[in-house]
Design a protein around this ligand. Structure first.
Ligand SMILES: C[S@@+](CC[C@H](N)C(=O)[O-])C[C@H]1O[C@@H](n2cnc3c(N)ncnc32)[C@H](O)[C@@H]1O
Length: 332
């Protein structure tokens, strides 16, 4: 018997229109569809006539074990996750189960998979979907942190929150609150207030692209009082994020280089398509000049909020000029 296939399908935020063509095709070609009851409901009109295995929220490993069993019987199995299967989704637990069961991705001399084939089908994660609903909050460095302490100790989560807040990342908080977990968002707020302004913009998207969609703009000071549930994603802006005309926007950084209003020109000392004067090369030169002028490595490390060992290494580095012929970098 030829082994079957497991397809880890990210179905996007929940609306069929935001599902990829490959995700729809994967569900269509599956013999068996396995998923959390709510996700099965979201794809109800695509699964008629198929074997459906509905599992509860906490049965992730069961879902993966069941998928492997069916696939080893020669079936094509669609294991569905909301958003993207690789973002707090079924992809990780599935590979854990597969490796435990001795699975490998090997292909034999005949070009066939020795064991079951696995395909991962990407989908728009909640952070993509929620960002699109509120404007352009993720156009600079961002990270995702889950507040779920079901499988992660709180000090680990708290350290990540504190580090992301201090490093000025835009942050998408997944699993911010549930009926039983009500205080994690309060602690997250406290940690953020240690290094972010109280008026930092926050957007809360509940059930994005689903029937009960709700969008709320607030600030870090009031974040924990907002209507947040299991189906909410909380987007916390960085120190440059603003809200205008009901849209949350994080600047890409053009104002660092160009006069954004009026005639299009670069600021003095800046060049289009080149690193900023305070980019790596310029910064190294300035750092070494400040050191030569008497500032110690420790003082420089404190001023730039960087590890001392790194600053010591940077002081010893050779500063190379940017080659004139360098390609212009992609800006998108
Ligand atoms: C277990 S995680 C699953 C994430 C999913 N794999 C993804 O990529 O979006 C569940 C969390 O995702 C977020 N989420 C999922 N769908 C959402 C939606 N339609 N609107 C807002 N947040 C959503 C919420 O933070 C929720 O608590």
């Amino acid at each position: 018997m030829t082994p079957g296939k497991i397809m880890l399908v990210g179905i996007g935020p929940g609306n069929v229109e935001h599902m990829t063509a490959r995700a729809r095709a994967a569900i269509a070609e599956a013999d068996v569809v396995i998923g959390y009851v709510t996700y099965i409901k979201l794809v109800a009109d695509l699964i008629e006539g198929k074997e459906i295995i509905r599992k509860s929220m906490t049965e992730e490993l069961d879902r993966a074990i069941e998928a492997l069993e069916r696939a080893r019987q020669g079936k094509k199995v669609a294991l569905i996750s909301s958003g993207d299967a690789g973002v707090y989704g079924m992809a990780g637990p599935t590979f854990e189960v597969l490796f435990q069961a001795g699975w490998t991705p090997d292909v034999g001399d005949d070009g066939q998979f020795v064991d079951v084939e696995v395909e991962i089908i990407p989908g728009a994660s909640a952070l993509n979907a929620c960002a699109a609903l509120v404007g352009a909050p993720l156009t600079h460095d961002f990270c995702a942190i889950s507040l779920s302490d079901l499988l992660t100790p709180w000090p680990v989560i708290a350290r990540r929150l504190a580090a992301a807040a201090a490093a000025d990342f835009v942050v998408a908080l997944y699993n911010p609150k549930s009926g039983r977990r009500t205080q994690q968002i309060v602690h997250a707020q406290r940690l953020f207030l240690q290094s972010r302004r109280a008026d930092t913009p926050v957007a809360i998207v509940k059930s994005g692209y689903r029937r009960r969609q709700n969008i709320e703009f607030t600030t870090l000071a009031h974040m924990a009082d907002a209507d947040i549930g299991m189906l909410s994603t909380v987007l916390i802006g960085n120190s440059n994020t603003f809200v205008r005309h009901g849209l949350m926007v994080t600047p890409r950084g053009y104002a660092n280089k160009y006069a954004v209003e009026g005639e299009k020109s670069t600021h003095a000392g800046e060049q289009a398509g080149r690193s900023l004067s305070s980019g790596l090369t310029g910064w190294l030169a300035a750092l070494q000049a400040d050191h030569a002028a008497g500032e110690s490595a420790a003082q420089l490390a404190a001023r730039h909020q960087l590890p001392l060992a790194y600053v010591q290494g940077a002081l010893a580095a050779t500063v190379e000029a940017q080659p004139q012929s360098a390609e212009t970098e992609a800006q998108e």
